[in-house]
Design a protein. Structure first.
Length: 148
């Protein structure tokens, strides 16, 4: 049976927006990852990351205004985080197509990018975990980089 409570869809959106805001903050903090790309891409991605960061509170605030509860908000974040595994599936398909899937260097670079001292996941884990706190609000995280 399909749940028709709109709060559930808004909770999913709030969780997704939190993750994209974390990724955006990381990209704004590490623009060097785009240095060897097409010259148009850094401008596009920096703008998009700023835009994601600027509206990071909207869905969360709508969810709260709809009297969404903490338990369902947390449940939806877990669901959204689980479905990030689809990104891994897509990445593996692309690596295979590009004949990079079985190269050790691919995994060494990925490890540094994701789990290094300033990695995408390692540097965002605490901010992701904050979402599970009862008194969390996205505005508790700094978004000054999006204003630059």
């Amino acid at each position: 049976m399909i749940n028709k409570d709109l709060r559930h869809a808004v909770a999913i959106t709030a969780a997704t927006e939190h993750l994209t805001a974390l990724f955006s903050h990381w990209l704004l903090s590490h623009p060097e990852v785009l240095k060897n790309t097409d010259e148009r891409l850094p401008t596009f991605w920096m703008w998009h990351a700023s835009e994601e960061s600027e509206h990071r509170t909207t869905a969360f605030d709508v969810y709260v205004a709809m009297n969404g509860n903490h338990e369902w908000r947390i449940r939806m974040m877990r669901w959204v985080a689980f479905f990030l595994s689809d990104l891994i599936r897509q990445m593996l398909q692309h690596l295979s197509r590009d004949k990079q899937l079985f190269k050790l260097r691919t995994y060494q670079q990925a490890w540094r990018l994701l789990f290094g001292s300033h990695g995408l996941i390692s540097s965002n884990f605490r901010a992701w975990r904050d979402y599970f706190k009862r008194d969390f609000h996205p505005s508790q995280h700094d978004d000054q980089l999006s204003a630059q």
